[in-house]
Design a protein. Structure first.
Lengths: 106, 106
DNA sequence: ACTATATTTCTAGAAATATCGAAATATTAG
DNA sequence: CTAATATTTCGATATTTCTAGAAATATAGT
């Protein structure tokens, strides 16, 4: 994980639709969900959903594996942990809130 | 922090330029940095940089306070912790990598 | 081969975003 | 008030992204 990849992941997860899909897959666990089930659950037109899942796939956030006519989608293991580790290490101050100037004061 | 706000934050941090700015401000700590210094450091045209800082401001990721002719920018305390807490709670499986089907096998 | 189901690819219009120069605004100094 | 500095706003263009219908592809069953 580096800044470039992190930005890519953040950008992909930054779409409300894709974040919903991703969260759904997280909840579904290792077995994941079939595209059709995601579609029925989120009520998104198939072509639109396919577009978003494809993007999540390119970025490596989601994996797909075919089982007969269906495509099972699941979150790629470890990717979120890597991202969070990066964010914690590189994008958190370590400073306490109290260290900051209080811009809300009159 | 909820899904909507999280998506907003992720989307904003998903721009390579804005992520660089944010990381620079994180490193700068509570005192933050002046816009001009960020500009000289990242070599971005002033108007472009201003646009990105404005977006980070709207989203609440960055705060600005004027001191004379200069505008000090700093990361908004706590926001990143909130985001990471959300991601950890809502977007991490808790499953171990080994629980997933190995799609890399032959 | 034919049919049904599952999903993707193609296509295109609309909306959002990025980029950056030029002009405008805010602030300080003299 | 004028000049200089710091930053934003405006305006215009280029690019990306979103959305979803229509057509294409893949698979399974008969």
């Amino acid at each position: 994980m580096n800044e470039e990849i992190a930005a890519k992941c953040l950008s992909e997860l930054g779409s409300p639709t894709r974040l919903s899909v991703f969260r759904l897959l997280v909840k579904a666990g290792p077995d994941g969900m079939v595209v059709g089930d995601i579609q029925r659950r989120l009520q998104i037109p198939a072509s639109t959903l396919s577009h978003h899942i494809a993007r999540l796939s390119w970025t490596g956030l989601v994996e797909q594996r075919r089982q007969g006519r269906q495509l099972h989608c699941s979150t790629r293991p470890g990717i979120m942990d890597d991202l969070i580790t990066f964010l914690t290490a590189e994008c958190c101050t370590g400073f306490d809130t109290a260290d900051y100037a209080d811009t809300t004061a009159a």
